[in-house]
Design a protein around this ligand. Sequence first.
Ligand SMILES: C=C(O[C@@H]1C=C(C(=O)O)C=C[C@H]1O)C(=O)O
Length: 94
Amino acid sequence: MLKTNLKKERRQINIINFFLIKLLHRRLLIVKKIGLKKQKTGQEIFDKNREKEIKNHLLKEIPDQENIEYYQEIFDIILKSSREVQKNLKKGRA
Ligand SMILES: C=C(O[C@@H]1C=C(C(=O)O)C=C[C@H]1O)C(=O)O
């Protein structure tokens, strides 16, 4: 079977992955800060209204509506993982 050359596209994906990691890292630092603030006040980790707001906003930003499920799935995982990180925060440590 003839193998098509994917080098150029794979390089593009590598670059995008690099930026995704940087952005996810920045997001996670903020998630942790919020987690610590919630810990201090005893506020619930899960905020249904906030997550609904994020999802509604996201739906408006999606440029290719035919792929909406792709974005929804990714954001569901990001939100769920963020809650997990907040749950596992050691007292006072970000
Ligand atoms: C980060 C927060 O905590 C949780 C995680 C969220 C997120 O990852 O964006 C949003 C709402 C909360 O369920 C928050 O309350 O803002």
